[in-house]
Design a protein around this ligand. Sequence first.
Ligand SMILES: Cc1ncc(COP(=O)(O)O)c(C=O)c1O
Length: 374
Amino acid sequence: MNKNGVSEEDVLADLAKIKLLDTPYERVLSSMCTYPHPIAASVHQDFLETNMGDPGLFKGTTILEERVINLLGKLLHKPDACGYLSTGGTESNIQAIRAMKNCSISKKPNVVLPSSAHFSFEKTGNLTGVEMRRARLDPDLRVNIDSVKNLIDENTIGLVGIAGTTEFGQIDDIQQLSLIAEENDLFLHVDAAFGGFVIPFLEKHYSYDFEVEGVSSITIDPHKMGLSTIPSGGLLFRDKSLLESLSVHTPYLTVKTQSSLTGTRSGAAVAATYAVMMHLGMDGYKKVVDNCMDMTRYLVSGAKERGFSTVIDPVMNIVCLKMDSPVELQKRLLLEYGWRVSVTHNPQSLRLVVMPHLNKDIISEFLDDLASLA
Ligand SMILES: Cc1ncc(COP(=O)(O)O)c(C=O)c1O
């Protein structure tokens, strides 16, 4: 730091220059985040100082968090679900497994999850000491149910299913996983970090949330397809006992216990999430998802016209184009045209996430650039 401060003007000019190095979302087909809705951005500003880590000081914002949990609970077919707003999918997944561990007696606990599970579960295993057992996938990239069954032993405390896999946007058979969980007296966590704000608005109905009896907890991220500000993740539990198992005593705060992983926590993201969920409502989110699915179909048909094929028929707004060496193409798309795309390795593909910041003109331009390189 300088001894004397720099003028506000100079600081802002410096920031504006540096921000130009960030990729504008209009060139991004790799991210599951997007521009927050304007109402979320503006409300976030209004609540900047609020701290959910000390809720007694921020009684109003705490009411907003309770309301958001209720709105998310309704979206997930359990209005009386309990939980809190986390920093995102990673924290929610860590906490869900930590809760399973705290409510189990096994000395060497393990959890069975799909090999398509997000890398946050690797962090989860490392932090909690719970072994992560990866079940193989079916050809349609959903978790193989027999593989899940075969991995369960006397130390298994829970299962994980993914509703909207990070790489392929596939939805595991949560009903089957629920039956296995109930038969074996296991917890079942559903990671719907991305899918939670997509699946309820798709034409086809999927049973993946608390509507399925065996589901004990769900990750759902408002800062992805919920169009809220970062950091806004959600973790919901069917039963209070799981949430309570995470609680620690907080001797010097305005409340006696805390269940979140982080201490200080953004109330701004809470208020932003409340604002955008209230403002858009079910119809508003349906329009967002309809638009993304329309663009997804446009992208798929344009890609097929140009000779590409998809790994699976997209279930949600993620398209994976089969490719032998996607990394090379990924590099060239960035260097020659400034596009940010990602790749998958098993199977190999070019992965494209069709977020609300795109439109059909951008997609056409992308397809032409892609075709010129392939
Ligand atoms: C299915 C799934 N779970 C968890 C995460 C992690 O979320 P975050 O990056 O918000 O921690 C992601 C991120 O893309 C995801 O797709």
